[in-house]
Design a protein around this ligand. Sequence first.
Ligand code: BGC
Length: 735
Amino acid sequence: MREKIGQMIQLTGFFFAGSGEETGPAHEMEIPKEVVKNAASILNVVGAGRLKEVQEKYLEENAHKIPLLFMADVIHGYRTILPIPLAQSCSFDPELVKEGAAVAARESAAAGLHVTFSPMADLVRDPRWGRCMESTGEDAYLNGQMARAAVEGYQGASLLDEGTIAACLKHFAAYGGAEGGRDYNSVDISELTLREQYLPAYEEAVKAGTALVMTSFNTINGIPASANRWLNEDILRKQWGFDGVLISDYGAIHELMMHGVAASKEEAGKLAIEAGVDLDMVSPVYGEVLEKLVLDGEVPMELVDRSARRVLELKNRLGLLDAPFRSEKLMEQEAELMHCEAHRASARKLAEESLVLLKNEGILPLRPETMKKNTIALIGPYARSRELYSAWSLFARNEEVTTIEEGLQNAMKDSPEYAGIRLLVEEGCPILDEGEEIVSFRQQLITNDWNERGIDAEEKLTAAVRAAKEADVAILALGEHIQHSGEGACRSQLRLSKAQRELFKAVKAVNPNTVVVLFSGRPLIFPRISAEAGAILQAWRPGTEGGDAVAAVLTGQVNPSGRLSMSFPKAEGQIPVYYNHLRTGRPAVNGTSARFTSTYRDLDGEAAYPFGYGLSYTSFAYGPVKTDKKIYGLEEPMTASATVTNTGERAGYEVVQCYVQDVAGTTARPVRELKGFQKIWLEPGEEKEVSFTITEAQTRIITRSGSCETEPGTFRIFIGKDSRAEGAYAEVEKR
Ligand code: BGC
């Protein structure tokens, strides 16, 4: 029995390799030696050589020679760092996201890993939550498409193929709904919202074949996910047919005691195994109490057999039972693949397509031919920063990141129009204000250290203003600190630091042509910049190739095509602000503050920049929405189309978005919901007819009786450029 229980335990690197990344509290573990000797898995230790050593040593002691599973958080790339997932989803390009995941898989597999704790399909409506950077935003359909793409990219056609790794879908379920946007907090949502909004993306990833699922830390309507039979057994396994491994989140089984649903480790262990959790991630519970629970007749042995079998099946699916190192050429592959040219090209393309142009008063792309002073100033703490990845880039190498300065130099060097144009670069101010402190992912205290380093802030600001004055255009590279987002990095204020706001003011005062490039892991709030900057480019955390990608968009080598996957609020007090909210009895009127409507006295309820929004260097016009029929049968799919024309002077991508409003249901319906999107390329003057098929499954709702079905009635179909879906729609009926 101890050997089987061993298969249900994941330990940290400290147990086997002396080190590793930790994301939770260390526990005193009194797990019997024999159980440790048979532990199934280890997390966040990497490197082909190191893992080979650990595996060899482990196998020497393991009676049945069953290899360890190596898992890690490869959230947006292993060494070649892709943009953060929130940015990736702004590409609205599942194929590119899939390719990015395949890049991450090849590098991870070469480093000896078997499983990544990704994708995260948690729907999120609250930008205060630090982990929205790991999500793909606020929309169930987009999240589902992105989660599917990631699973397919990681796992390839078969986990026996070289360069694949198993995906672990997380965090099941509704972790993104944490109250107040505070990590680990309770989730209290109606079953209607849970089933219609939060669950579908996980289901899509399960259908795509994710090999593992991870439970979430939170309670859902009073029951923690790791003790939630309804979620894990009834929905995940029975309804969706998931037959892979369900792993707890880090220490989550132990935390059942902190949640107040278990009074002892025994109770916690019993609850978790009864709720179907197969693998206990770094908690002492299964290792210490499962054996006793079985011997005392509290837990049937079949549950241990069932979970151990699932873990062994996963090892078998990965080919580990036949070949404990999967590939004999790990070291060579590691040397060859890491941050190789092909991977960098994929990461760059994904970064380019994830950038969102929020504002442009004709100042972008840069036009060197009109520059009288032949000078561009690049100013701000992100001008030369290599921290363009995120707190989750555990295996990134700083020196492999291209900065914005280097990116601009590369772009200018390659194009003759920039001959004779100089680039002045000034830091201007630090990212953090004086006295501001952040505890980092690795639990170090980070502060603004300019004083200690003897840097004179006044002088730096003066130099920046001087550069801005001398230049035709000032590009301000501003943003949050890398440690401002990620796990345990929630914020109640979403503004840039005071120093950066002052820098913007000072630069803008001497140069009206000011472009702001924003680096962040979440939607930020920046009313002054919104009102006064000539252009704003949301760059997120774009990864190792971020500098080149940003420069390509600034110089116009690439026409921006990213669209927001999460709404940007105008003020913290508006949160949550998301596009597909339920209609109210007193809807707000065109973003006004009219009394007795659902809005604020001091602000309207509209987002600063809504879901689906993003500008291009060209313009697109939409023709009327046409449908193939006016009346459909209940089970019939609906087909709608519209003609989209590039009415500007540049070729570019447009993300054509299809939204549906169910006019009246037996339960209240959202204003509209995304049901399809297509990213199309149009040459100037070119037009294309874009058509969408909305399946019957896509019009199902949770009805008043609790069933999930399509109800008869009127539907409005919008095809447009963003979630405001302004303009005409087609009205059809389902009977
Ligand atoms: C996080 C998971 C992560 C795990 C392992 C936890 O704290 O919530 O997303 O995969 O740690 O590092």
